[in-house]
Write a protein that binds this ligand. Structure first.
Ligand code: KIV
Length: 275
């Protein structure tokens, strides 16, 4: 696979330190392809090449089948199209849990081959040693606690976190451990509002919520949910557009034109007078 060529970055390229220090709400969105990244980049602070691409692009039921090669290929495509936002790439299931050494080797590969600025990995206190090992070796890390889709089997489904005292205590411990280990920000997914608010109030690094209320320091959504491309989006995901019927109508019109021999018209044909 071709190595990333950094090229010339724009003057207003944000860095992980800008994200760590910002006082304004952090705008984060997923992107998986060059075209979408180009449209997203000017408007957001952080682009996450999430392993949600397993569902959004590949038609998997969960994120578990996503591979390191997929993340690198999509990460590189996004990096090539982003000149403003920080690009972070998800470490997929099985690529970092075995040991801090395994995580570093794979995270360095993701950074080297995609050109991304940071990686994200799921896990709380149990991943603190790994996060520390990565950050001490020059790999910026975005944490991810709360509902962790890679642990869907272990968690017994996509369940809201923070509903009982044990869960609340664990979430606080996780957030503190991940921040102390050196993460520059922490995604909090699928937790009740009061927990997200309390963690955000004391966290030494910004929190980025998804299904965790407006009490976080920033928000992230899956782009397909926002654009109306997900058949059954989660309740927390606001649809800012309804692109599915737009695409369906366009394809239907094309199919009708081809069948009626209306397309291609003279203006689409080489060698015709007005081509
Ligand atoms: O994979 C992903 O897109 C994510 C976000 C939902 C935070 O992890």
């Amino acid at each position: 696979m071709a190595k990333f060529d950094p090229g010339i970055k724009a003057m207003n390229q944000l860095t992980v330190n800008d994200i760590r220090k910002t006082a304004t709400p952090i705008v984060c969105l997923t992107a998986y392809t060059a075209q979408i990244a180009r449209l997203v980049d000017p408007h957001v602070d952080l682009i996450l090449v999430g392993d949600s691409l397993g569902m959004a692009l590949y038609g998997f039921d969960t994120t578990l089948p996503v591979t390191l090669d997929m993340m690198i290929a999509h990460g590189a495509a996004v990096v090539r199209s982003a000149s403003h936002a920080v690009v972070a790439v998800d470490m997929p299931y099985g690529s970092y849990e075995s040991s801090p050494e395994q995580a570093l080797q794979n995270a360095q590969r993701v950074m080297r081959e995609s050109g991304c600025a940071a990686v994200k990995l799921e896990g709380g206190a149990e991943m603190a040693a790994t996060i520390r090992h990565l950050t001490q070796n020059g790999v910026p890390v975005m944490g991810h606690i709360g509902l962790m889709p890679q642990s869907v089997e272990k968690m017994g489904g996509y369940k809201i976190q923070g509903k009982d005292a044990d869960s609340v205590t664990r979430l606080h411990t996780d957030a503190q451990a991940v921040a102390e280990a050196g993460a520059f920000c922490i995604v909090i997914e699928g937790t009740i509002e009061s927990v997200a608010r309390d963690i955000s109030a004391v966290s030494t690094v910004p929190t980025i919520g998804i299904g965790a209320s407006a009490a976080c320091d920033g928000q992230v959504l899956v782009i397909n949910d926002l654009l109306g491309l997900t058949p059954k989006p989660p309740r927390f995901a606001k649809r800012y557009a309804e692109l599915a019927p737009v695409i369906s109508d366009a394809v239907s019109a094309y199919a009708k034109d081809v069948r009626a021999r209306r397309f291609p018209a003279p203006e689409h044909v080489f060698g015709k007078k007005n081509a």
